[in-house]
Design a protein. Structure first.
Lengths: 405, 304
C-alpha cells in the first residue's frame, strides 16, 4: 500500500512557510548578512529591508505608525512583554483581567504572577465560549494594570469582542492587550480605529517562519522593555534583529492581505463543507465553540465516547494531520482547559478534534477527510465500553462505572 | 506525536480480542472518563483449573491504552489466575517493547483491570490502591500524587530526599521546580517552611574539601559506597548494578535484571554518574561494561 498524500489541517498549530517568503529570506542568510546597526553598506541594505518589512506589517495590522511595530521572537514573548510592561509601568496597579480560555502563554504567566501577589480576574465563558461583558465591567477598575484577552480562540476559533472590550478598558483608564496570533492574517484588522493598546502576533501562524513575532504598542502607551541592551526597536526590544525572519514576515503580511478575501469566502466554505459532511454521517458529534462567530478556518468537533489521540493516530495513518483537546495528546490528565471551561462533558471533551484549514487547503482534500472520519469514529466506538450495538449504552456513566474516579 | 514502538502501533491498529466476551465469568472495570482512560477486561475462567481460557477488552482511551489492553488479553490467556496475578505493569510495557513515561499509567490501568477481574471472579472487593496525579518527572515517570504521598509519609524536606525516595528529579533535573512547589505545599501543611537547597549549600567547606584528591583506595571505597547507595532503588525496580572495573575516569558497571536494556538505562546511568561526581569531587564517566568492551574490540579491529 502506498503512503497517501498528506493533508495538513493543523494550521492553528503552525503553517507551512510560503515559498515566496522563503525566497525573500534566502539572500539575508548569504550576501546580505550585515547588521542593520552597522555604519557601512552591508548593514545599510539590511536596514532598508527591515524598514520595508515593518511597513508591510503596519499595513496588515492597520496601525497608524510604523514605529508602533516591535519585532520579537515569538507570540509568547510578545504576550509576556505586554503584560509585564504594563505591571512595571504602573507599579501601584496589582490586578490583571484575563479569561479562562487564554493560551498558556498568558495563563501560565498569570498563574506565576498570582503567586507573586498579583490578583488575577479570569473571566468565565458560557457553553459556546462567549464572555459576559457585565462580569467584565464589574472588575474593571483603577486597580487593574492590564486586560489581556485573546482575539480568537486557538482551539475553537471563537472571537472575543476585543474592540468593544478595549473601548470599555479605555473608558476606565485601563491598558488593553490582545493575543491575536490566531486572528492576524485571517481577518481584517484596523488597529488605528480601535482603542487596543497592545497586540501580539506570531509569524509562523501566517506562513512566515517560526521564531519571529510582533508586539504592537500604540504610540504614547507607557512601555517598559522585557529585554534591555542595544537600541534596536527604538530601545523597546534589545538584541540584534532577526533580519531574515523579519523580512520573511513582511512578505507573509503582504501575502496574507492578498489572500484575506479568499480566506473569508473559499476557506470558510471548505470548513463549513467539512463540518456538514462529517456531522451528517457521524451521530453523537457536535461543533464546539460559537459556530456563528469564529475564524473562517477552524472546525472543532467533539466525538462522544471516544478519545482524541486514538482518532489522530488513525487519521495520521491515512496522512491526515489534525489536533485534539484530549488529555493524552498533551501528557496531562485533564482534557483541554478550553473545553472544560465551556462545560463540555468529559465523555466529549476527550474526543475533540480540531481541523484548521489554510489558503492551501483544497476541495479534494476536504472530501477525502469527510470520507475518512466516519469509519475511524465507528472503529473506535466499537472498542469503547461506553458504546453499545448502535449507539451509546443507556446511561453511559452508570452502565460503565469503573472502580476509581 | 508520541514516540510509540512498532509493537504499540501494531496492537493499536490491529487490537486483539475486542468487544464483549460470550460466557465471561470475570469482569474488571477500571479507569475513569475524566482521566480519559477506561478499560473493561472480561475473562472466561475454567472453574476447575482456574485457567483463563479467553480474554476480551473494551477500552475508551488513547493509542497506548488500547495497545496495553490488547497486550494484556494476549498475555493472560492460558495462565491460571494466580499466574496472571504476577503480571506487573512493567511486564505489560515490556510486552509492547516499552511505553513513553507519560503513558506508563496505561499499563498500570491494565494491571488494575486484571486484579479487579480476578477479585470479581473470587467474589472479593477490589479497591484501587493509588490515586494518580499529573506527571512530574518524565525520566522516571513519577506523578505529583506519588511525590506528595511520599513526602508526607516520610517527612521529607529536600528535593534530594524526594529523588532518593521516589527517583523523581534524578535524571535530567528539569522537574526540580515543580518538586519544590510540592515540597512547599506539603511542608506548609505540617507547619514548616521549605528552604531551597541552593540557600543551604552556601557552605564554603564543601568547595574546599572537594579539591583534596582522594587516594586510590579511598576513591574505590567512595565508588563502592555510591553503588551501594543506589542499589536499593534499583532492586525495588527488580534490577541491580555491579561494579566491574575502574579505568581512570571511566567507571565500568553492569546493569542487570530489569535495568538491563530498560529504556531508562541511560537516564539511570546519568543519575548514578551525577552522584559519583558529587561523591568523588572529580569528573568521572559511568559506562556499561558491555559497551566499553564493544568499543575496545572495535578499536582493536581498527588497529589490526
Amino acid at each position: 500500500m502506498s503512503t497517501p498524500t498528506p493533508i495538513y489541517l493543523d494550521n492553528n498549530a503552525t503553517t507551512a512557510c510560503d515559498p515566496k517568503v522563503v525566497e525573500a529570506m534566502l539572500p539575508y542568510f548569504t550576501e546580505q548578512f550585515g547588521n542593520a546597526s552597522s555604519m557601512h553598506s552591508f548593514g545599510n541594505k539590511v536596514g532598508v529591508a527591515l524598514k520595508a518589512a515593518r511597513t508591510k506589517v503596519q499595513k496588515l495590522l492597520g496601525a497608524e505608525f510604523d514605529s508602533e511595530i516591535v519585532f520579537t521572537s515569538c507570540g509568547t514573548e510578545s504576550d509576556s512583554t505586554a503584560i509585564l510592561s504594563a505591571l512595571k509601568a504602573q507599579p501601584d496597579r496589582k490586578e490583571i483581567i484575563t479569561t479562562v480560555v487564554e493560551h498558556p502563554a498568558v495563563l501560565s504567566l498569570c498563574e506565576q504572577l498570582e503567586k507573586e501577589g498579583y490578583t488575577i480576574h479570569r473571566l468565565k465563558v458560557d457553553n459556546k465560549g462567549r464572555l459576559n461583558l457585565d462580569d467584565y465591567a464589574k472588575v474593571l477598575s483603577d486597580k487593574v494594570a492590564v486586560v489581556s484577552v485573546m482575539w480568537a480562540n486557538n482551539e475553537t476559533g471563537t472571537y472575543f469582542p476585543v474592540v468593544e472590550m478595549a473601548e470599555m478598558a479605555n473608558a476606565a483608564g485601563v491598558l488593553f492587550h490582545t493575543d491575536a496570533v490566531q486572528a492576524v492574517g485571517k481577518i481584517d484588522i484596523n488597529l488605528a480605529a480601535t482603542k487596543i493598546d497592545m497586540l501580539s502576533v506570531s509569524g509562523h501562524k501566517l506562513h512566515a517562519p517560526k521564531g519571529i513575532g510582533v508586539l504592537y504598542v500604540r504610540r504614547a502607551v507607557r512601555f517598559r522593555p522585557l529585554l534591555r541592551g542595544g537600541h534596536q526597536e527604538r530601545g523597546r526590544r534589545a538584541g540584534t534583529e532577526n533580519a531574515p525572519s523579519i523580512i520573511g514576515l513582511g512578505v507573509a503580511a503582504e501575502l496574507a492581505m492578498e489572500a484575506m478575501e479568499h480566506e473569508r469566502t473559499h476557506v470558510k466554505a471548505l470548513r463549513d463543507k467539512l463540518e456538514a459532511g462529517i456531522l451528517a454521517v457521524v451521530p453523537h458529534a457536535f461543533v464546539t465553540g460559537n459556530p456563528d462567530n469564529r475564524l473562517p478556518n477552524t472546525a472543532n468537533i467533539a466525538f462522544e465516547y471516544i478519545e482524541g489521540e486514538a482518532i489522530l493516530m488513525l487519521l495520521n495513518k491515512q496522512g491526515i494531520a489534525a489536533s485534539s483537546g484530549s488529555a493524552c495528546t498533551s501528557g496531562s490528565l485533564e482534557p483541554s482547559h478550553v473545553m472544560r471551561a465551556m462545560g463540555i462533558p468529559y465523555t466529549a471533551a476527550h474526543g475533540t478534534v480540531r481541523f484548521s484549514l489554510s489558503r492551501y487547503t483544497t476541495e479534494e482534500e476536504i472530501e477525502r477527510v469527510i470520507a475518512a472520519v466516519p469509519p475511524i469514529v465507528a472503529q473506535l466506538r466499537k472498542l469503547s465500553p461506553y458504546w453499545g450495538e448502535n449507539g451509546p449504552v443507556a446511561d453511559p456513566e452508570k452502565a460503565f462505572d469503573p472502580a476509581y474516579a | 506525536m508520541w514516540d510509540y514502538t512498532e509493537k504499540v502501533k501494531e496492537h493499536f491498529y490491529n487490537p486483539r480480542n475486542t468487544g464483549p466476551l460470550e460466557g465471561a465469568n470475570a469482569t474488571g472495570d477500571v479507569g475513569s472518563i475524566s482521566c480519559g482512560d477506561a478499560l473493561r477486561l472480561m475473562l472466561k475462567v475454567d472453574p476447575v483449573t482456574e485457567i483463563i481460557q479467553d480474554a476480551h477488552f473494551q477500552t475508551f482511551g488513547c493509542g497506548s491504552a488500547i495497545a496495553s489492553s490488547s497486550a494484556l488479553t494476549e498475555m493472560v490467556k492460558g495462565k491460571t489466575l494466580d499466574e496472571a496475578k504476577q503480571i506487573s505493569n512493567q511486564d505489560i510495557a515490556d510486552f509492547l517493547d516499552g511505553l513513553p513515561p507519560e503513558k506508563m499509567h496505561c499499563s498500570v490501568m491494565g494491571r488494575e483491570a486484571l486484579h479487579a477481574a480476578i477479585a470479581n471472579y473470587r467474589g472479593e472487593e477490589w479497591s484501587d490502591d493509588h490515586e494518580e496525579g499529573a506527571l512530574v518527572c518524565k525520566c522516571f515517570a513519577v506523578d505529583s500524587q506519588m511525590i506528595e504521598d511520599t513526602i508526607r509519609a516520610n517527612n521529607l524536606s529536600t528535593v534530594e530526599e524526594v529523588t532518593n525516595y521516589t527517583k523523581a528529579g534524578g535524571g535530567c533535573s528539569t522537574c526540580h521546580e515543580p518538586i519544590e512547589e510540592i515540597l512547599t505545599k506539603v511542608m506548609a501543611e505540617r507547619g514548616e517552611t521549605f528552604v531551597p537547597a541552593g540557600a543551604k549549600k552556601a557552605k564554603p567547606a564543601v568547595a574546599e574539601a572537594a579539591p583534596a584528591k582522594l587516594g586510590t583506595l579511598a576513591r574505590i571505597r567512595k565508588i563502592e559506597e555510591v553503588i551501594a547507595a543506589v542499589r536499593p532503588t534499583l532492586l525495588a525496580d527488580r534490577g541491580d548494578i555491579e561494579l566491574v572495573d575502574i579505568e581512570g575516569k571511566n567507571i565500568l558497571v553492569n546493569l542487570t535484571g530489569a535495568c538491563s536494556g530498560c529504556q531508562m538505562e541511560a537516564a539511570t546511568l546519568a543519575g548514578i554518574q551525577t552522584k559519583m561526581i558529587e561523591a568523588l569531587g572529580e569528573f568521572v564517566r559511568v559506562v556499561p561494561a558491555a559497551k566499553a568492551q564493544a568499543h575496545a574490540c572495535a578499536s582493536h579491529a581498527h588497529g589490526g
